[in-house]
Ligand binder design. Structure first.
Ligand code: DX5
Ligand code: ZN
Length: 240
């Protein structure tokens, strides 16, 4: 296996070993004090950072690009998970690899024939995955799952933090877990909090992206403890 191929396997092995992992989404954080925020998140025991890249075209919101990834790469050894909510992921994916991403997901709604881009990202040593909005039919994505290291199931419509959880994500998580087994990393993103954590973990989620349930709390350690105490094993009875 190539050096880049083994780098991808190491990333996947890390997350398989700590599943479910909590990934704070850097959208609602205090960007005026980013280094301090990262230190607080590390102290709280997060396992990776989720960066929400938005271009104002694919989603009606605009956030940040490669410079933030480059800056974070210099100050943390946490894995960096880049969520590309952009219209032309094929034009920017390599730039985010070069900036220091360890995982990259892009939306099937923005790139309908994703195999070549998934392979390109992986060949550069970065785990590659597809993201899908709740309103998009799963048959847009299902044929490409074998080409993915991870699949990001959105439980809100991409674009903003603080939205309500859409339970359609649960049957999607369960279907993928049952169809592809433990190999496939499943990520869920949007409205993840103490109420929804039991449901998403018992339906198979490995990577839990959390924004407001962390950043709206004064104490990140307490927020993480509250989230973690609600994890359930795959298949456990949950309210959903
Ligand atoms: C939405 C982003 C999510 C969002 C999560 O487009 O992809 O990562 O920031 O925020 P909460 O956890 O507040 O829903
Ligand atoms: Zn996200």
């Amino acid at each position: 296996m190539s050096q880049n191929g083994s780098r991808v396997e190491q990333t996947k092995k890390l997350f398989r070993g700590i599943r479910p992992a909590v990934l704070p989404s850097l959208l609602l954080c205090d960007f005026a004090n980013l280094q301090r925020e990262v230190e607080r998140l590390e102290e709280a025991g997060v396992e990776a950072l989720h960066l929400d890249v938005m271009d104002g075209q694919f989603v009606p919101n605009l956030t940040y690009g490669m410079p933030i990834v480059e800056s974070l790469r210099k100050i943390t050894s946490l894995k960096i998970d880049v969520h590309l909510m952009i219209a032309k992921p094929e034009s920017y994916a390599k730039a985010f690899v070069d900036a220091g991403a360890d995982l990259i997901t892009f939306h099937i709604e923005a790139h309908r024939q994703p195999v070549q881009l998934l392979d390109e990202i992986r060949s550069l040593g970065v785990a590659a995955g597809l993201a899908i909005n709740p309103s998009t039919p799963m048959d847009w994505l299902i044929g490409f799952v074998p080409n993915c290291d991870l699949v990001l199931i959105m439980s809100v419509q991409a674009g903003f933090g603080g939205q309500a959880f859409n339970p359609i994500a649960l049957q999607r998580l369960k279907m993928l877990r049952e169809a592809y087994g433990p190999e496939l990393l499943l990520e869920v993103d949007g409205g993840i909090n103490c109420q929804t954590t039991p449901d998403v973990t018992s339906h198979g989620a490995d990577l839990l992206v959390v924004g407001s349930a962390i950043f709206r709390e004064a104490d990140y350690c307490q927020a993480m403890t509250r989230l973690r105490c609600n994890f359930k094993p795959f298949g456990a009875q949950s309210d959903a």
